[in-house]
Design a protein around this ligand. Structure first.
Ligand code: GLC
Length: 638
């Protein structure tokens, strides 16, 4: 049962497709008695403050792309899409904003706060026995979902927000990426190495280096001569090239995209009605106003240039939007630094200097300084709708592709997102690091994102920033083979982490090979989850709500209806404890002394087991009585 309440005049976000209006009861009056365990007054709720009591045994799930684990209790989360490649567990916001939570206490209920501005979820942070949700702008819709168990509630929510995007089948293959592949020769070499080492691969991603001066929808002629012929050449080798598209457009008269956007009035404006300017990769840039259909249609139609060259996949980036600096604030900071550095600056001046430079990036002041024309014609300041920007960039691409190429399937995923973005494309989990803690976080985040509809998701395997080690890459890959989006991506300047650069290519080939052998199961399970509004990867507590033992297990997940996975996420561990909530068979995929693929199946196991998992093996658990056929090793899907 879903009830919708409204306070003020909320901004329409498209989180819920209009055809799903019949799925909830629309209440004109806010009835706070409908909310279990509520502690706030009616007035507080109208002002955007909802307080709930939490018992000791309460668990809280959801919030999609956030730090920490699966039970979100014990931290404060602030949803405001944020670019932060250096995040650790103290971070409050990440790249996506997903305001859906489920409370499992004496009563179970779910809340979706449909509000595109900043919303804070204090989940036992200030007071261990309180959940406090505070919206900066109280004009919002609140959906209250009742159910017996968390997964009941989640399934109702997934039905409400609509069917998840289904990518082309080849997008379930492996993709190699690195910021720095700046020529056709680089890309050819990556492909050659994979093919020669028989490491399966279907995609090579093209980061900003393929563009002419980081201008969207251009390809640098010098290093990618005859781009269409190159795309064809790659297709002949069963490789899909997947270029990046950034939100910021270079501000430069004569650059067709800039000129057209200016002429059409498609860019965001500042308070004086001038086009808003901030710097990102191309330097001074302007930002398409994805909040209205006209601008979305215009931007979406630009992908055609690359599609005509044979491209069938894209990743949309920098769409929180990330802002390095605005010229106005840069000038202020420089003036301040000049003033403070005169003479013999003391330590306080030094900290002020570094503070004013470090606070230039992604600053609230900048987010408060530009405006959108909304679909209904109203003008809204950016910070009020900040969380919708990335979603609408991907929507722009997805809707236009559907309109212009109704029979073609595209791979499409984004960095920033809001609830509902899962209908337009997937998301990757933003910039992470080559850290074991980020591998662990990837496991929880994948489940948390599934709760919010994002089935097509995965993190940068091996970690984006910092230097990877071979063992971390192997363990990470051993988890990524179970996530729909499987991509090895790393930042320029970090240790190169293509699999063929390491000694043990046999192990990498073996592990990726397992993804391809498991593809029928993974793909079918994905389709099933999408069609039936279910999660693909779930914490055990959702499948076994009456087994007390699974309540705090956050490092094992169910995948589809038959498999339990238990990744190793710590360094120098030869195995781990695995709790099996029902009778299961351990499937160990290994190699014999001659290096031939070997599938071993155990006796029936249940309960606690120590499982030995050497780096060379992939182990998972199959429910007793269920069949699972592995297909042949393949080097590509399509
Ligand atoms: C951003 C993206 C990252 C990309 C880089 C350069 O940091 O998140 O994936 O490699 O920009 O385009």
């Amino acid at each position: 049962m879903i009830n919708r309440f409204k306070t003020g005049l909320p901004i329409e976000t498209a989180a819920i497709p209009s055809e799903n209006r019949g799925l909830y009861k629309d209440n004109t009056v806010l009835d706070i008695n409908a909310f279990p365990n509520i502690m706030s007054t009616n007035k507080e709720c109208i002002d955007g403050l909802y307080k709930f009591s939490l018992s000791d045994k309460a668990m809280v799930f959801g919030l999609g792309e956030t730090v920490r684990g699966i039970n979100k209790k014990g931290w404060i989360y602030e949803s405001f899409c944020a670019d932060d490649p250096n995040h650790q567990e103290g971070k409050r916001s990440l790249y996506g904003a997903h305001h859906f939570i489920v409370i499992k206490d004496d009563k179970c209920f779910g809340l979706f706060i449909d509000n595109p501005g900043r919303v804070t979820f204090d989940i036992g942070y200030t007071d261990r026995d309180r959940l406090v949700i505070k919206s900066e702008n109280p004009e919002q819709y609140i959906y209250l979902i009742d159910g017996n168990e968390p997964y009941d509630i989640i399934k109702q929510f997934l039905r409400l927000i609509g069917k998840a995007y289904i990518p082309p089948k080849w997008a379930f293959g492996f993709g190699q990426s690195r910021w720095g592949y700046n020529s056709a020769e680089n890309v050819r070499e990556v492909v050659r190495q994979h093919r020669e080492n028989h490491i399966p691969i279907d995609m090579v991603y093209m980061d900003i280096d393929y563009m002419e001066g980081f201008r969207d929808f251009t390809v640098r002629e010098d290093n990618f001569p005859d781009f269409s012929a190159f795309v064809r050449e790659m297709h002949e080798q069963h490789i899909h090239l997947v270029p990046i598209i950034d939100a910021g457009i270079k501000e430069e008269a004569g650059y067709d995209i800039y000129d057209e956007g200016e002429e059409g009035g498609f860019f965001c404006k500042d308070a004086d009605g001038n086009t808003f300017v901030a710097a990102v990769w191309p330097g001074r840039s302007v930002f398409p106003d994805f909040m209205n259909k006209e601008s979305r249609d215009w931007f979406g139609s630009k992908y055609k240039k690359l599609i005509d060259a044979g491209i069938d996949g894209f990743w949309n980036d920098m769409n929180e939007p990330a802002l390095f600096y605005t010229p106005i604030r840069l000038k202020k900071a420089v003036d301040k630094v000049n003033g403070l550095s005169k003479g013999n600056p003391g330590i306080d001046s030094f900290f002020e200097i570094s503070g004013s430079v470090n606070s230039l990036q992604n600053s609230l002041e900048d987010y408060e300084s530009f405006y959108h024309k909304m679909d209904d014609g109203s003008v809204v300041r950016h910070d009020r709708v900040h969380n919708l920007y990335g979603m609408n960039m991907t929507r722009a691409a997805a809707e236009k592709m559907k309109e212009d190429y109704p029979d073609k399937e595209f791979l499409l995923f984004s960095r920033a997102s809001y609830i509902g973005a899962h209908r337009y494309g997937g998301i990757w989990q933003g910039d992470n690091k080559s850290w074991w803690s980020h591998l662990k976080m990837n496991v929880a985040m994948t489940a948390n994102l599934n709760m919010c509809g994002f089935l097509f998701t995965g993190a940068d395997t091996g970690g984006f920033g910092d230097d990877v080690t071979e063992d971390l890459l192997i363990r990470w890959l051993s988890f990524s083979i179970f996530t729909p989006l499987m991509r090895n991506h790393s930042a320029t300047g970090t240790r190169e982490q293509e699999f063929y650069r390491f000694k043990d290519t046999d192990t990498f080939r073996h592990i990726i090979g397992i993804r391809y052998r498991l593809l029928p199961y993974i793909y079918e399970s994905y389709l099933h989850a999408a069609e039936n509004y279910e999660m693909l990867l779930r914490p055990l507590v959702f499948d076994y709500p009456y087994d007390e033992r699974v309540l705090d297990i956050e490092d094992e997940l169910m995948l589809g209806d038959r498999i339990l996975i238990a990744p190793v996420v710590e360094q120098n561990k030869n195995g781990r404890m695995v709790y099996l909530p029902e009778d299961m068979i351990m499937v160990r995929l290994t190699r014999d002394a001659e290096g031939r693929f070997l599938e071993e199946r155990s006796e029936v196991l249940a309960g606690d087991n120590y499982i030995n998992v050497p780096l060379s093996d992939v182990v998972f658990f199959l429910k007793k009585g269920m069949t699972l056929e592995l297909s042949e090793f393949k080097e590509y899907i399509d």
